[in-house]
Design a protein around this ligand. Structure first.
Ligand code: C5P
Length: 238
């Protein structure tokens, strides 16, 4: 069975590109991430397409609004059958707590397993200069990320999205059952693109990540299946 720890990011805007990549990767990849670019252009049909192929789906729409709106939005997305949904931790404790509670209530009412709800701590593309520009004061990104992870846990959500560079600190602060999903994964020698706080697949897992989100290193590879399999091999024994 495919190693579910690898989540391939489908950052496309055409359905045909999704179909081609999912067909190319075949049984090697079980988990896919659908983000804004794809969802806004293709719509909910892409989740249906993946579910029909028995894939798992992380619907990465990063909700950030008032508690009632986020809770309602998540309940609508849950009905599509996504396995992981997310919000911005910067939306605050009350928003996260309300959202988690409403999703669990609605799942119980529908008699389905609730999706995992995780929170974005800091975008992995943000560097310390970007961070300072936000005016939150003189706090190190990594300290703020850990603080937001703790806030997420106290609000009753399942985990966070964070840079692999912060995974070890989050694991230590939030315990073994807290999910850590890390984008910003770059196999040795691959292009960094616009990411900033990156690590290799093996280092991310060793630092405590449960899931690796990988986009361009697979999508833009000459042979995406081989690129995915190399990543799976790298983390295979970890
Ligand atoms: O192509 P690449 O591997 O950089 O793709 C990373 C994916 O993870 C993108 O879909 C991006 O939106 C997402 N992501 C991220 N940083 C976060 C949250 C999500 O890069 N903090």
């Amino acid at each position: 069975m495919a190693d579910e720890r690898l989540i391939v990011a489908l950052d496309f805007h055409k359905f045909d590109d999704v179909k081609n990549l999912v067909n190319d990767l075949g049984e090697s990849v079980k988990f896919y991430k659908v983000g804004m670019e794809l969802f806004y252009s293709v719509g909910a049909g892409v989740v249906e397409f993946l579910k029909e192929r028995d894939k798992k789906v992380f619907l990465d729409l990063k909700l950030h609004d008032i508690p009632n709106t986020v809770a309602g939005g998540l309940c609508s997305l849950m009905n599509l059958g996504a396995d992981i949904l997310n919000v911005h931790a910067a939306g605050g404790f009350t928003m996260m707590k309300t959202a988690g509670e409403k999703v669990r209530e609605e799942a119980a009412r529908l008699n389905i397993n609730p999706p995992k709800i995780i929170a974005i701590t800091g975008l992995t593309s943000i560097n310390q200069d970007d961070w300072n520009g936000l005016g939150y004061g003189e706090i190190k990104i990594s300290d703020q990320v850990v603080r937001l992870a703790e806030l997420t846990k106290s609000a009753g959500l399942d985990g966070v999205v964070a840079s692999p560079q912060e995974a070890a600190q989050i694991r230590q602060a939030c315990g073994k059952d807290f999910l850590i999903v890390t984008p910003g994964i770059r196999p040795a020698g691959s292009d960094i693109n616009d990411q900033s706080r990156i690590s290799t697949p093996a280092a991310a897992i060793k630092n405590g990540a449960n899931y690796l989100v990988v986009g361009r290193p697979i999508r833009a590879a000459q042979n995406p299946k081989l690129a995915a399999e190399n990543i799976l091999k790298e983390i295979g024994d970890l």
